[in-house]
Ligand binder design. Structure first.
Ligand SMILES: Nc1ncnc2c1ncn2[C@@H]1O[C@H](COP(=O)(O)OP(=O)(O)O)[C@@H](O)[C@H]1O
Ligand SMILES: [Mg+2]
Length: 249
């Protein structure tokens, strides 16, 4: 395989769990440079576990996680971050007692050099961060907090960003904004996105490909068009068929 064709993030046969509990049963997926990819599936299927195992929060028991070709599986999370992968967990992704600006500073902790430039770049990309820079993050709205989390994740200049349900528990309007912000990060900064999201209908509007995860395995994978056409996806994730009468197989 030529270097140009090599995905930025390539996960192969990844296995992970908690103690004796096996959750991921050989998951393989890839994200190209600048690509936007969705992971979806039922509650408890292992989506969050997958992001934790990729980012090094959870040590995989088998398989590989290649970042630009080198295997980082089993390395500690702080090393994986330095290899260009930022992870935004579903909860606890900001310091509520710190100001917006302090959150950005903490986000850059392992990359002090260039801190000001990166902070200014994050604030240029998202002017709300500049407007609210002195505000204590815990007093922001849910959508603004997600923006701070995104800004923090950008401080290390990642090539790929892992996002665990960034729009969960937000109003439809706020969720829409968060999706817009994710698109901005991708388009303006060229950061690849691996998104976990329950609102599959919305998420399919902003990604290019997706993987359906069920009981720790990839049940289905493909470009958005194929996923939208799949009976399994339409029935369980897209509600009724918005494109016309249901097709008979
Ligand atoms: N810290 C943990 N300890 C033990 N089991 C866990 C832990 N976190 C998640 N699990 C279990 O792992 C399975 C997958 O969880 P998770 O990856 O959070 O699923 P999803 O994000 O798809 O909803 C679930 O059965 C869940 O109960
Ligand atoms: Mg989850």
């Amino acid at each position: 395989m030529g270097v140009a064709k090599q995905p930025l993030l390539e996960v192969a046969e990844l296995e992970a769990g908690y103690g004796d509990l096996r959750i991921l049963r050989g998951v393989s997926l890839a994200v190209g440079r600048g690509e936007r990819v969705l992971v979806f599936g039922p509650n408890g299927s292992g989506k969050s576990t997958l992001l934790k195992a990729i980012s090094g929060i959870l040590r995989p028991s088998a398989g590989s996680v290649r970042l630009a070709g080198s295997d980082v599986a089993g390395r500690p999370a702080h090393r994986i971050v330095r290899s260009g992968l930022s992870y935004v967990p579903q909860t606890g992704n900001i310091f509520p007692d710190l100001t917006v600006e302090e959150n950005l500073e903490v986000g850059a902790a392992t990359a002090r050099r260039g801190y000001r430039e990166r902070r200014d770049a994050a604030m240029d990309l998202f002017p709300t961060l500049a407007e609210r820079r002195r505000q204590v993050a815990g007093t922001l709205s849910g959508g603004e907090r997600q923006l701070v989390a995104l800004g923090r994740a950008l401080m290390l200049d990642p090539g790929v960003l892992l996002l665990d349900e960034p729009a969960a528990a937000l109003s439809a309007a706020m969720a829409e904004q968060v999706f817009d912000h994710v698109l901005t990060v991708n388009r303006e900064r060229g950061v690849a996105i691996l998104l976990v999201e329950q609102n599959v209908l919305k998420a399919l509007e902003i990604v290019q490909r997706g993987y359906l995860l069920e009981t720790g395995t990839v049940r289905l994978a493909g470009p958005v068009g194929e996923l939208r056409a799949s009976e399994a996806v339409r029935g369980a994730y897209l509600g009724s068929s918005p494109d016309g009468p249901p097709t008979t197989p």
